[in-house]
Write a protein that binds this ligand. Structure first.
Ligand code: HEC
Length: 102
């Protein structure tokens, strides 16, 4: 019983550490699903859709969360945002924020 409790405690302690050290490839792969509309690496070329590259991480994450929660109106983004976990949204926001805006 004591071993089980220790195991659970260790697993709980490890979870936040994993969340803080995301695989950079994972963030890039998730962000690639946005490229069709927001441009390669979040840089749009002659499109009406907002570029994402170089925008502050907090702003990007907040907007996508607001789409997901139905607080921000939109055509496609409210549907799309629901397909991602909060952690995935954070990862993508961080990745786009780190891209050069060109
Ligand atoms: C099918 C096209 C399409 C895809 C794919 C797409 N978006 Fe969007 N995005 C839009 C459109 C169109 C808007 C404007 C709001 C709306 O109509 O939904 C938008 C708006 C946004 C905004 C708000 C921009 C602003 O400053 O107001 C953010 C942030 C955003 N998208 C992030 C993402 C992320 C992250 C992904 C990938 C998970 C993504 N989008 C994938 C079409 C798309």
């Amino acid at each position: 019983m004591r071993n089980l409790i220790t195991t659970i405690a260790l697993a709980a302690a490890a979870a936040p550490a994993l969340a803080q050290a995301p695989d950079p490839t994972l963030a890039r792969n998730l962000a690639a699903t946005c490229a069709n509309c927001h441009g390669t690496n979040g840089v749009t070329r002659g499109s009406d859709v907002e570029p994402l590259a170089g925008k502050p991480k907090d702003e990007l994450a907040r907007k996508v969360m607001e789409f997901k929660q139905g607080k921000k109106p939109g055509t496609i983004m409210p549907q799309l945002a629901k397909g991602y976990t909060d952690e995935q949204i954070e990862l993508m926001a961080g990745w786009f924020a780190a891209q050069p805006a060109k």
